[in-house]
Structures are given as C-alpha cells and as structure tokens.
Design a protein around this ligand. Structure first.
Ligand code: NDP
Ligand code: X2W
Length: 342
C-alpha cells in the first residue's frame, strides 16, 4: 500500500462510493472515516454494503482526525470544505467532492450559492483539453458536479471543433442519490416513485455556471445554456440529452469524427457504435461515461446523449481518477470499467 486516505463524510452517498472504490484500489489504505451527527456509529449502520469496513467507527470531522494522511477526501455539504482544507498542509492531497472550489468566477459563485467564494482549485475532469497536465502533481482537486460532468462530456467535442454554435440545451434525467441522504420534502418515496419531476428550471440550478465555465473554456466564445434537470425514480444514474445548432456547412460525418477523435484514447469515455444509444443501466457502478451523437437535419441541430453513474464517474470515480493523476499513478488504477447489469 503506497498511500493512506481519510474520508470526511464517510456516512454519506459520495463518501460511501469513494470507500467502495478505495477498497479495490491497490495503492490506497483506508484511514480515518469521519462524519457529523453519525460520529460514534459503526460505518456498517450507514453503509451496510461496505462489509469489509462495517465495524470501523465514524469519528467526528476534526483536523486531528484528518491530518497525517496522504490524501483527504471531503464529501461534505457545500460550504463545509474550505475551513478544513485551509488547515491541511500543502503536502496533503485534498480532493473535494463538493462545489466550494469549482468555479473561477466569484460573482457566479455568490449568485448561485449565496456565500462568499472560497477560491478555485484544479478541476477534476481529466477529459477536458489540457486538464491532465493541470492535475499532474496537484495537491488540491475540485471534483465536478455530476450534471456538469455528463453535460460537458456530451457537448465539448462538437464545440471544440467549432461544428456547433455555443447555444446549448441540456435536459438531464437524474437518479435520487444525487440529492444526498439528508431527507427533503420532494424526495420522500411516495413523491418520487412513479414520477418524473423537473427542478432548478429556468437557469436557476447551481450547475449552470459550472457547465458554462467548462464549455466557454473549450470554445473561447460566450456560451448560452438552457439546462433542465429532471428527477427520476432511480437510485443512481444520469442521462443527459444535449442539443446545439449546427454551424453552416457542418455535417454529421464531421460531428461523428470529432467525437471519435476526442474519445479514441479515453479510458473511461466511450462513443458507442452508431445506432446504439446510452442508457444509465450500462454505467451503474462503473467509472464510465457513454456517449452517442447524431444530427437532426430537419432541426439543424446536433443531438448528443451521454449517460453515467452520478456516484461513480459523476463523483467518487472522478475523484479517484483525479487522485491517480495527482499522485502520478496510472490513471485507471482501481477504477471499474464494467458496470452492473441488469
Ligand atoms: N450524491 C451525488 O451524486 C454527488 C454529490 N456530490 C457532493 O458530495 C458532497 C456530499 O454529498 P452526498 O454524499 O450526496 O451527501 P450526504 O447527505 O449523503 O452525506 C453528507 C455527509 O457529510 C456529513 N456532514 C454533514 N454535515 C456535516 C458537517 N457540518 N461537518 C462534517 N460532516 C458533515 C454527513 O455526516 P452525518 O451522517 O453525520 O450527517 C455525511 O457523511 C456534497 O458536497 C455533494 O454536493 C458531488 C457530486 C455528486
Ligand atoms: C437529484 C439531485 O438533487 N441531484 C443534485 C446533483 C448533486 C451534484 O452533482 O453534486 P453537487 O451538489 O456536488 O454539485 C442536484 O441537482 O442538486
């Protein structure tokens, strides 16, 4: 074992998925596990699927518990990461699954999160152009939001090759685990089961500025985005349907070639064979994003669809992938390519 890792927020969904992946990671030893009101409980009371760790006891989330590890994963509610991260030394790799350090633009942060901006860290989406270089050797990583990962991967190759106008629509159907474990009125079983429900409609969802940030960096032009998330009665998974107007003269062959080139060497992002469309079920538990793209000639638009597991490639898998890059390990170490089916 090369590195020790502490996990803050180990009783939550994101922390639990980080732990599931680290249990299969040959270079990682699992150190402190911390929580807030669950401190003092057995991990097994909150994560019964993580049998090898069931008898570990959750500690309070304090500096004393977290320091002394090579890597600290923060899987805490928004706004809880900055204080802890500030106190951990620069020799520690801190990987934040929350939003605190994702945005460059302090005004956008304050508009969507309503608190002062904590800062900006290297962004944990290795597939974005130039990002692997920024993650190599990093000591701080901001893991993207799950809707942001799926929308960015669905759209960036077409934008990067200037085949579509930066005037985007994204409708992302998402499973309920994206909302975390804390109970919410619209997330009780009888409200969710048998229903599809939009939320964060009309440009109000906090992932809007993060998607725009990523795609503006790719195009170098201002990006207009209409993003609508839809809650679905699934525990895991996001399916994003994304469209953009074709630029004059752009063809379906050029669009397909752009995606083939962008993803040819990617270990975790796969362009499916023509005619096969992604489904969330193809990605469950795997660190994969599956993509398909075509052109709707009557609408004059590119249509790109991507699926991933919000807890794996959408959070914890992205976190471990970025950890591998930051530590100089092979990027794929410990990360599953095979999903669970049916
Ligand atoms: N779920 C997802 O798909 C994704 C989640 N994320 C991000 O990951 C982070 C965690 O989300 P998720 O796991 O879903 O949330 P959960 O509600 O499932 O878990 C939250 C965790 O944080 C702990 N916690 C709560 N308040 C505090 C506090 N004040 N100090 C220390 N620990 C605290 C909880 O402990 P206790 O049990 O004791 O309350 C629990 O372990 C969030 O920032 C989220 O936005 C990012 C991408 C996707
Ligand atoms: C179903 C659901 O509520 N999903 C969450 C996605 C959470 C996520 O990706 O994480 P961050 O909160 O870290 O950005 C949402 O839309 O807010």
């Amino acid at each position: 074992m090369g590195y020790s890792a502490a996990i803050a927020g180990a009783s939550g969904y994101a922390g639990g998925e980080v732990l599931r992946l680290l249990l299969g990671h040959p270079e990682m030893e699992i150190g402190a596990l911390t929580a807030a009101k669950s401190a003092g409980d057995r991990l097994g009371a909150h994560q019964p699927h993580l049998l090898p760790l069931a008898d570990r006891v959750l500690a309070p989330t304090t500096l004393e518990e977290l320091r002394g590890h090579d890597v600290v994963y923060l899987a805490l509610p928004h706004g809880q990461s900055a204080d802890i991260a500030r106190q951990l030394g620069d020799d520690v790799l801190v990987v934040d699954c929350g939003a605190d350090f994702r945005l460059n633009d302090a005004a956008a942060w304050e508009r969507f999160y309503g608190t002062p901006h904590a800062g900006t860290w290297p962004y944990g989406l290795p597939e974005l152009p130039g990002q692997r270089e920024r993650l190599a050797g990093a000591r701080r990583v901001a893991v993207p939001g799950c809707h942001v990962t799926v929308a960015t991967l669905a759209l960036f190759p077409g934008l990067a090759e200037q085949l579509v106008e930066p005037d985007l629509t994204v409708v992302a159907v998402t499973g309920t685990s994206g909302a975390g474990k804390a109970p919410r009125p619209n997330l009780v079983g009888s409200e969710v089961m048998g229903a599809l429900t939009p939320y964060g409609v009309g440009g109000t969802h906090r992932h809007n500025p993060e998607i725009v940030q990523n795609l503006t960096a790719v195009t170098g032009e201002p990006v207009r985005l209409s993003f609508t998330p839809v809650l679905a009665p699934l525990p895991r998974g996001i399916l994003a349907t994304c469209t953009a107007p074709l630029r004059p003269g752009a063809t379906v062959d050029q669009v397909r070639a752009a995606y083939e080139t962008a993803y040819a060497d990617e270990p975790f992002v796969h362009l499916l064979p023509e005619g096969t469309w992604p489904s969330t079920a193809m990605t469950l538990g795997a660190n994969t994003a599956l993509v398909q793209v075509t052109v709707d000639p009557d609408a004059g638009r590119m249509v790109a669809v991507a699926a991933l597991d919000n807890l794996t490639k959408g959070t914890a898998g992205g976190a471990v992938q970025s950890t591998n890059l930051a530590l100089g390990l092979p990027e794929t170490t410990g990360l599953p390519l095979a999903a669970v089916a049916p």
